[in-house]
Write a protein that binds this ligand. Structure first.
Ligand SMILES: NC(=O)c1ccc[n+]([C@@H]2O[C@H](COP(=O)([O-])OP(=O)(O)OC[C@H]3O[C@@H](n4cnc5c(N)ncnc54)[C@H](O)[C@@H]3O)[C@@H](O)[C@H]2O)c1
Length: 238
């Protein structure tokens, strides 16, 4: 097998950090693409110059030209201009705009404490209900909390780490079960919509949705979340 190649579209905070993680892990060569002239070239060169110090052989190219992405094993899209404008356009809160980016992310996120475990023990067995409620709320508002602290911009280390995890699972055919925004075709009773669900990631990309049993409350919350995503999608111009 030849060298693997991953293209990262958008050389901003999330994109450049994702490129850095992929290169430094020696997982693949990286092509960093952005519309801003000089930005991907500058960051690409900086990352390449770190290679001998960090000790990896990944080649990193920064470019404004999509031709360089030809033959990529994976393309990661992180391009975007800040969520504020989308939120203003749609007349919705920037918090809810997270829901659109990842599908079911944000304040309609479906918390599943029953499936959250510590050493195999569900947290429902370990924590009182009021602590679980507080944790669930903080998780659903996690993105907004970081935005409030940073004042400009949003989280990027954690999103880049999660993206790296997905890229690695696919390139190394690890069959990891990870939460991803998946185009559902009847799984969980939802059709023709990207919603965040656990799925198996391997050499075939998204290989299958990992369907889990939901109780009545969880199913109702999931359907509310999917309905919120569908409503946002329908409000986007065709
Ligand atoms: N859902 C989440 O949890 C979450 C968290 C963080 C960021 N995000 C989203 O991820 C995206 C990237 O975040 P960021 O912090 O890296 O933003 P950023 O502004 O630092 O970087 C975005 C980059 O994309 C580039 N870009 C814009 N349009 C492009 C195009 N058509 N082709 C190529 N490049 C283009 C911009 O020039 C910029 O360099 C944003 O849309 C942000 O809202 C989501």
């Amino acid at each position: 097998m030849g060298r693997r190649k991953v293209s990262v579209i958008g050389a901003g905070n999330v994109g450049a950090t994702t490129a850095q993680r992929i290169a430094e892990a020696g997982l693949a060569d990286v092509v960093l693409v952005d519309i801003v002239d000089g930005l991907p070239q500058g960051k690409g060169l900086d990352l390449a110059e770190a290679a001998p110090v960090v000790g990896h052989d990944a080649r990193i190219v920064g470019t404004n030209d999509y031709a360089e992405t030809a033959g990529s094993d994976i393309v990661v899209v992180t391009s975007g201009i800040f969520r504020t404008f989308i939120a203003m356009e749609l007349g919705v809160s920037v918090e809810d705009t997270h829901a659109f980016v990842l599908g079911g992310h944000g304040d309609t996120m479906v918390p599943l404490p029953r499936y959250s475990t510590v050493a195999g023990v569900p947290i429902t067995e370990l924590l009182p209900p009021e602590r679980i409620t507080a944790l669930v709320e903080r998780t659903a508002n996690g993105g907004a909390e970081i935005v409030a602290l940073l004042k400009t911009g949003s989280a990027f280390y954690a999103p880049a780490a999660a993206t790296f995890e997905m890229v690695e699972a696919i390139l190394l055919d690890r069959k990891r079960v990870l939460p991803c925004a998946v185009y559902l075709q009847g799984e969980f009773g939802i059709r023709n919509l990207f919603v965040g669900v656990p799925c198996v990631l391997g050499a075939g990309g998204m290989e299958r949705v990992f369907e889990i049993e939901l109780n009545a409350d969880e199913r109702a919350a999931f359907e509310r979340s999917a309905a919120a995503v569908r409503e946002l999608v329908e409000r986007l111009p065709a």
